[in-house]
Structure formats: structure tokens, C-alpha cells
Ligand binder design. Structure first.
Ligand code: NAD
Length: 694
């Protein structure tokens, strides 16, 4: 018996709007004559193998020609499409009417759950399942309705390339279990799901060239494949598997983002035999509390879910009524499988989401089997204060930092949880895996203690030049308060501090007791010492701004001198080094750590060339810091940022806005970015500190 296919003559076809990348630049560029001619060509090819039924075209519904998006047919049932874009929603009643007139039982999804029919849902008779796409048009949640209504196993595939916005643009199950697809259009989970179901010898992956001429948007009827165009190589591969390829030009429709498959809908899809109704979609309820609306946290959480391939349903939202009242939301996080759900939940826990109290469970731990290697699915820490549930009790995790594991240590009745770097793991140590029994606070305790008004400027933001003076005033005020209460300020600084003339100001800050630890590389010390010895920085006379003859050798000579003395401290003690940043550190007992890098000349004897040791020493200095001033060194500032828990105020000063954003945008609520010249910043800061100290 011939297959039944629904098509629509393109009398009213046009590109009237832009809802996918193919339409860009093509508005009003198509012609009905060429479209009709190409459509007739396709119709003729298909008619040889199928009986074609028609739906009437309608004015004002130019995409009605793409009948694949009418709905998903299985037996006598059809799940009607709910279009994502309003431009296509006009088609819905026409398709509904047609199905009703032709004896189908129509099923409609709730209003706000988009699903674009057979464009995003493809039956695979060999695997006895429905492949369903999501990511651009159809909503992941639609898949569970379809699974229930049609009593069918649904495997969700996430589309990641806007050009392949419907599953049928990049994926085509063929007869005898073959699959024609474009792997780059999917995320890695979806690729794993495909590889899990379809054996390698049955997968026919196409390259970008074939994908962009819509080779996967093919109509397959038995061993016949009808499509727009394929490369000779792909044609040979298909023929090698016993298929006959019919090419019929459809470029007029590609202007709107569709080709052969999009222009057709199979009407004779019989229910699958021996269906195993496996529900792969999983969900978990999370609660979010606090200033989730005014701080934009709710948005961040929802974006995080969608960007990572999940979907959500907001079960309840109770907004705080006053400025200071907190809000609360309950959200169902939905993912195509348990693994993906776990990955998303881990991210949300990092943002402060908590699982429902009645679902609370103890952490799951696994033993380290190989020194320095964590169990596969280890929980990766964030900057936020974290707690783990062990034997029914929530324990705070010590030494919070990001990108570490959580090691649980038990001795007798006491249990302790610590952030532990992967490289420090010992065989037999217990490490938290998965996300059960882990919760974080998006608001650090030290923040809640500090006055909200005083630190309102400390919101994560990048300030413009005109705000610099205001920000400097507030930083100066805070520096003074930290000094008064015996707190700790750590500075990370790059050589630009010296090149821009900021060295003397930083030296003064150290002398005046505002800096309690200095972290940097070889260069900050080298250029500071060169400046002290010779008045130059990389050979440039800093007082006159001119390059000195032979100046490029100055820094090497300076390194050599320090090496001769055995170190910076020795040079100070011997009276050879008499001014500058490093001099003030030595004189005022301010510890400094110089971490080595591949760029380093010399290096200076103090420069720690063992990076692991340097990281450990940095970590010790950062511990108990109240504020970290990051001055124009991307390398060292990022390094420091990774080891700093939330709640430490970060001030990032850099001339490049991208660097400032990167440094301040670590989710820390107390970071401020200052886009300016670091020399200017330091001179303003010094002036301000001098004036408030008078
Ligand atoms: P980096 O690229 O990590 O950071 C430099 C930052 O300074 C950049 O983000 C840049 O945007 C910013 N910047 C440039 N001009 C600025 C200005 N006028 N005001 C404010 N910000 C400005 O480089 P780095 O930290 O300087 O050096 C990386 C590593 O190389 C360090 O370990 C350093 O010690 C080493 N190094 C060694 C030598 C040497 O031994 N001779 C020389 C240079 C660097």
C-alpha cells in the first residue's frame, strides 16, 4: 500500500518575516513561480511512491507549505502543533480543521508549551521510539505529554545550532535502522543518546556542506530518499546502503529554512509494535529563597536551566512585598535524563537552590582509588558557603573555594568536610559525588553582617570612567575601616602598576598600613626594583616618559643585582634597595608571594617557580582576607579569584572592560570592577586616603 503524505501548494508562499537564520536577507526575495515549479518537482518525485493529499494554502500564512509542522500523527491520533513564533500561530486553526475533517483525533498541548509537530518529532521504527527535538522551537516538557498520549518512548535531543532549529533539518531516521544526521547540531548528551541507540554501522553522519543544503531534510519511503541536494560522496554512501537518492531542487524553500521533509507530513504512521514505554524525562523540585528578584537570581537560575538543556516549571513564586523582604520560588527542573538533571541541579545548587526539605538526603561519598584523581562524578565546589548533610546533620564545608572537591573526614564521632584540590586527594579518602545532600548559600554570612547601604556600591558592576572617582572614595573609606579593625587587604599587582607610574602610590599604601599581603609575579618586583635602581620601567624613564638608551637591559641588570645579594630582603638589609613597592613590603613586614611564569626573566630568587607551591602560598595569603585589590594582572588575579570564597570584597582594576567583567563576574555579590588606567586609580586612591587620614 502506498504511503499517504500531506502537502500544501505554495500559492501563498513567501518569506515575509525572519524567524530563523535562513530567512535573514531573504525577506520578499522568493517568487511564487519558482516555488510552485520546485514544489511540483517534489510532488512528482513523491507521487511515484506515495499518495499525496493536499491542504489548501492560505493568504497570510506563507509557511503553511511546511506541512511537517502541522502536527505529529500516530495511527488515528494527531498531536497538534503549538507554534513558538506568533508569525506561525496563524496556521494552527487551518491544520486543526484539516485533521478534524479527515477523521483524526486531535490532541492539543497547553497554551504555553510549544511543539512544532513532525518538524521536531521523528518516528524510528527500528528503534521503536520517537526522537524528539527541543532547544529552539519545541519545549522539552511537550515530550512527556506526547509520551503519555501516544504511549511511546520518547528520546529527547537538544538542538544547539540555530540553523538547524527543527530536528528534521539535521536528523532523519531511514528504513532498515539507518540514520542520516548532522552530529554538530546536537549537544554532547544528545549525541551520546543517539550513539547509545543507533549502532555505528547504521549511523550516516553528514558534513556541514551536506547539512546546509538540507541533505538530512529528506523524505524516506522504503529504499527511496527524496531530497534537495547531496554531494556525490554522500550519494554514494547512501547508495552503498541500498538506497536510491532522488534530488529535486528546493532552494526557493531553503530561503525560509525548509526543504523536502519540511514540505511533507506522513499521514499513515501506524503505532509502533512492541513499544516499551520508558519515560526518560526526569524532574526535581528546587526552592530558591532570598533576594531572588531584585538581584536577578531567578533569571540567572532559569537561564542556567535552559542553557544547559533542561526545562522548568515554576510551581510557586512568592515575591517579597517590601524592599528588604525576601522572595521565594519553587521550581520544577526538568531534564531529558537523570545524568543531565544532576548536572543542572549541581549548577543551581551553586547558585543557592535547595532541594525540598522532605527530599533531603545525606551526601553520597565515594572513595578515592587513585592518588590525585577524584571519583568520576565528584561534586565541584563554587565560591559560595556550602553545607553537606552527613548522618542527618548539615555540616559547613571548610576552606571554601571554587573548583575543588569536598572531602569528608570521619574520626570517631566527629565528621569534617573540607574543600580539597583534586591533586591533594589520597587513596581511600571519601569524596562527595553527585548533588544529594549538598546545599549552598548564595548570600555569604559576612555580607549579611555588613550594612547594606554602605556597600550598595559594591554590587557586581563595571563602572565607567566618570564613576571612578566616586568608587575610589568608597574604596578608600573601606580600606581605612579595614585597617582600623585590624582586617586584611591583599593586593595582586602586575608590572603595569609600575609602567603607569602607580608604583610610588602602591608603595605609600603599603607604608601606611593599608596592604597586608602582596601577590604577583616576577615582573611586578623586577620593574619596581628597576624603577628604584634606575628610575626606569622596562627602560622607559618614568619621570619624563622617554625611552632611555640601552634601557631595555635595565631590568636584566636589576635582576642580576638582586641575585648577587641573594634576594630582595638581603638587598634591602644591605642598603642597596632603598625605595619602592618591594622595599616597603620588606620594611613593613608585609608578606609577598611572587609566582613564576614562562615569561619570567631571571627570575628573582624569591620567585617561586614551582606553580603548585606558589598556589599553596597564595591560598594561605588569601585565607581570612577582607578585601582583595586586583591591579592590572589578569593572570594572577584570575588565579586568586579561583581560590577566594564568596564574601571577600574584590576590587578589579583594569583598562580592558572584558578583563574587568571576567574578574568581577564570578557570581560574587561583593565585587566591583573599575575600568581605568591603574596608575590613575592608584594616584586617586592615595590622594583620597591621604585626605581622609589628615
Ligand atoms: P596579564 O596579561 O595577565 O595582565 C596584564 C593586564 O594589565 C591586562 O589585563 C591588561 O588589560 C591590563 N592593563 C594594561 N595596561 C593597563 C593600564 N594602563 N591600566 C590598567 N590595566 C592595564 O599580564 P601580567 O600579569 O603583566 O604578566 C603575566 C605574567 O608574566 C606574570 O607572571 C608576570 O610576572 C610575567 N612577566 C614577566 C616579565 C619578566 O620577567 N620580565 C615581564 C612581563 C610579565
Amino acid at each position: 500500500m502506498k504511503s499517504r503524505i500531506l502537502m500544501c501548494r505554495p500559492e501563498f508562499y513567501a518569506v515575509d518575516y525572519v524567524i530563523n537564520p535562513w530567512m535573514e536577507g531573504n525577506v520578499q526575495k522568493s517568487t511564487v513561480e519558482i516555488a510552485c515549479e520546485q514544489w511540483e518537482g517534489l510532488h512528482k518525485e513523491l507521487q511515484a511512491h506515495a499518495s499525496i493529499e493536499l491542504i489548501e494554502g492560505r493568504k497570510g500564512a506563507p509557511d503553511l507549505v511546511f506541512t511537517a509542522n502541522a502536527g505529529l500523527v500516530l495511527g488515528s491520533k494527531v498531536v497538534l502543533s503549538r507554534f513558538y513564533h506568533p508569525e506561525r500561530q496563524v496556521e494552527e486553526p487551518y491544520f486543526k480543521q484539516w485533521f478534524e475533517n479527515h477523521g483524526f483525533e486531535t490532541l492539543s498541548l497547553p497554551n504555553d508549551i510549544p511543539f512544532e509537530g513532525a518538524g521536531d518529532a521523528l518516528l524510528d521504527r527500528s528503534e521503536h521510539l520517537l526522537w524528539a527535538g527541543y532547544g529552539f522551537r519545541s519545549e522539552l516538557q511537550s515530550h512527556s505529554y506526547i509520551a503519555d498520549w501516544l504511549d511511546i518512548e520518547v528520546v529527547s535531543l537538544r538542538l544547539t545550532d540555530q540553523r538547524f532549529y527543527h530536528l528534521d533539518t539535521c536528523f532523519c531516521p531511514l528504513s532498515d535502522g539507518y540514520l542520516l544526521y548532522y552530529p554538530a547540531a546536537f549537544d554532547r548528551y544528545s549525541l551520546a543518546a543517539i550513539e547509545d541507540r543507533v549502532p555505528e554501522e547504521k549511523r550516516i553522519a553528514v558534513a556541514e556542506g551536506d547539512a546546509t543544503t538540507f541533505a538530512c531534510n529528506a523524505v524516506n519511503l522504503g529504499k527511496q530518499i527524496v531530497l534537495n541536494k547531496v554531494t556525490p560522496e554522500l550519494r554514494l554512501r547512501l547508495e552503498g546502503k541500498g538506497f536510491t537518492v532522488h534530488q529535486t531542487p528546493l532552494n526557493e524553500f531553503i530561503r525560509a529554512g525548509g526543504a523536502a521533509k519540511c514540505l511533507t507530513l506522513r499521514l499513515d504512521e501506524e503505532p509502533l509494535e512492541s513499544v516499551t514505554h520508558r519515560r526518560t524525562q526526569v524532574r526535581r523540585t528546587l526552592r530558591l529563597d532570598g533576594h531572588i528578584l531584585d538581584k536577578g537570581l531567578l533569571n540567572q537560575v532559569l537561564d542556567e536551566i535552559v542553557e544547559n538543556g533542561g526545562s522548568f516549571q515554576i510551581l510557586s513564586l512568592e515575591p517579597g512585598q517590601q524592599r528588604n523582604s525576601s522572595s521565594s520560588a519553587k521550581i520544577d527542573v526538568i531534564a531529558p535524563d537523570a545524568l543531565k538533571l544532576e548536572e543542572i541541579i549541581a549548577r543551581l545548587i551553586g547558585l543557592g537552590g535547595v532541594v525540598r526539605a522532605d527530599e533531603e538526603q545525606d551526601v553520597v561519598v565515594k572513595k578515592v582509588e587513585q592518588k590525585g584523581v577524584a571519583p568520576e562524578d565528584f561534586y565541584i565546589t563554587t565560591i559560595y558557603p556550602t553545607e553537606v548533610r552527613v548522618q542527618g546533620e548539615w555540616l559547613p564545608v571548610q576552606h571554601q573555594r571554587m573548583d575543588a572537591c569536598i572531602a569528608v573526614k570521619r574520626s570517631g564521632k566527629t565528621v569534617q568536610a573540607d574543600c580539597c584540590l583534586m591533586r591533594d586527594l589520597e587513596v581511600g579518602q571519601e569524596v562527595v559525588v553527585g548533588v544529594e545532600g549538598v546545599r549552598t548559600q548564595n548570600k555569604s554570612p559576612s555580607m549579611s553582617k555588613s550594612s547594606h547601604q554602605e556597600f550598595s556600591f559594591m554590587a557586581s558592576e563595571v563602572s565607567s570612567e566618570r564613576r571612578v572617582e566616586l568608587v575610589v572614595e568608597q574604596i578608600a573609606w573601606e580600606l581605612r575601616r579595614i585597617r582600623e579593625r585590624g582586617g586584611k587587604v591583599v593586593v595582586t599587582a602586575g608590572p603595569v602598576v609600575v609602567h603607569t607610574g602607580g608604583g610610588e602610590h602602591l608603595a605609600k599604601l603599603i607604608r601606611d598600613g593599608y596592604v597586608h599581603s602582596l601577590l604577583g609575579g616576577n615582573a611586578i618586583a623586577v620593574h619596581d626594583i628597576e624603577n628604584s635602581f634606575m628610575g626606569t620601567s622596562l627602560g622607559v624613564d618614568l619621570s619624563r616618559g622617554v625611552v632611555m638608551k640601552g634601557g631595555h637591559q635595565h631590568h636584566l641588570r636589576s635582576i642580576n643585582t638582586i641575585r648577587k645579594y641573594g634576594g630582595i630582603k638581603q638587598a634591602v638589609d644591605a642598603g642597596r634597595l632603598t625605595s619602592g613597592i618591594m622595599y616597603e613590603c620588606v620594611k613593613n613586614d608585609v608578606p609577598f608571594v611572587l609566582a613564576g611564569s614562562i615569561r619570567d626573566d631571571g627570575p628573582l630568587p624569591e620567585t617561586e617557580m614551582d606553580i603548585i607551591k606558589a598556589q599553596q602560598r597564595y591560598t594561605e595569603e588569601v585565607r581570612s582576607a577582607d578585601m582583595i585589590l586586583m591591579l592590572s594582572t589578569m593572570l594572577h588575579s584570575i588565579g586568586v579569584g579561583n581560590m577566594t570564597p564568596a564574601g571577600v570584597k574584590l576590587i578589579c582594576v583594569d583598562i580592558n572592560p572584558a578583563v574587568v567583567t571576567k574578574l568581577s563576574d564570578r557570581g560574587s555579590l561583593q565585587s566591583v570592577g573599575v575600568v581605568t588606567d591603574v596608575g590613575l586609580f592608584l594616584s586617586l586612591l592615595r590622594r583620597q586616603l591621604d585626605s581622609i587620614s589628615e
